[in-house]
Write a protein that binds this ligand. Structure first.
Ligand code: GDP
Length: 287
């Protein structure tokens, strides 16, 4: 029943075997890419290229919608990107500082990427997953009501800085909007903004605050779909297609390809690391 409803809702874009209605189990929590490369091919694809895995269930003529070839690195590229995220004595990955205002942000020449999203979207979990090869890094969380929300800066070797922006809610306080807005508008070394959207519920009203900011300031940004382990493939595919349509028709600055991830199964994490290494100019990929 669910499959039929979905098919009519999405204009017959995909084939829906009955099994797709089931919530898929986490298949692996492998962290290092060397371990991932030892997985059977189907498992490897699910873990490393979650969009490719979803694409198999689309009718061939609808597949280009997913823009899979826009960023399509080789396994070698992904393996190379991992070294940037692996803490060693020569590649120190560490929390640098926090700031409430851009004036207090570290003045850095390194390229920077920032992560923004609604409270509870899974931002801390995603950053922890990206830094899983640097277990000493403490991803700070200040969720208690009344606590001042800050931007947290993390140094990733000599390569780039990753900024964890405070989560926004439906009624984002004005000073918070000002903080994020000033940062997005004025941070000179900001290479890319990663805007997190919960794949279970899709784009919410509060997400539009961030989308509108990125569009208004003509920033290049990327949509990352979190918690993909929580939904059935059918539900996830429906959300992906809806968000993809939104990106294609309503945005200018958003990267056409979506990045679905799970901080639980690590699905999509290796590809996202590779993308970050690529856009910060540290890794030239074929993708
Ligand atoms: P933040 O407020 O955006 O930093 O969100 P958190 O990272 O604290 O996550 C909010 C809730 O979602 C927590 O209960 C997490 O355990 C859960 N969560 C985050 N990422 C995932 C994910 O990929 N899969 C699942 N199943 N749960 C997640």
């Amino acid at each position: 029943m669910a499959a039929r409803g979905l098919l009519s809702g999405m204009g017959c874009l995909f084939e829906m075997p009955a099994a797709l209605g089931l919530v898929s189990r986490p298949y692996s929590t492998s962290q290092t890419f060397a371990e991932v490369l030892r997985l059977p091919k189907t498992q490897l694809t699910k873990l490393v290229f979650p969009l490719q895995e979803l694409q198999r269930h689309l009718l061939p003529e609808s597949r280009p919608v997913l823009h899979l070839k826009t960023f399509d690195p080789s396994l070698e590229d992904i393996a190379r990107a991992e070294s940037f995220f692996t803490a060693t004595t020569r590649n120190r990955i560490e929390y640098l500082s926090s700031a409430e205002h851009l004036d207090h942000a570290p003045d850095l020449l390194r390229p920077e990427v920032c992560f923004i999203g609604r409270s509870n979207v899974g931002k801390s979990s995603l950053i922890k997953a990206l830094f899983s090869l640097a277990p000493e890094v403490e991803v700070r969380i200040s969720k208690k009501p009344g606590h001042t929300k800050k931007m947290n800066f993390f140094k990733v070797g000599k390569h780039f800085t990753l900024v964890d922006m405070p989560g926004y809610g439906y009624r984002a306080p004005e000073d918070f909007v000002n903080m994020v807005e000033t940062y997005l508008k004025e941070r000179k070394n900001l290479m890319r903004t990663f805007l997190l959207v919960d794949s279970v519920v899709g784009i919410q009203k509060a997400d539009n605050i961030a989308i509108e900011m990125c569009e208004e300031f003509a920033l290049p940004y990327v949509m990352v779909l979190t918690k993909i382990d929580k939904s059935s493939k059918g539900h996830l595919l429906k959300q992906v297609l809806q968000i993809q349509k939104f990106v294609a028709t309503k945005t200018q600055g958003c990267f056409p390809q979506l990045f679905p991830v799970s901080a639980v199964t690590y699905s999509g994490i290796h590809l996202l690391r590779c993308f970050i290494a690529n856009i910060t100019g540290n890794l030239k990929t074929n993708g």
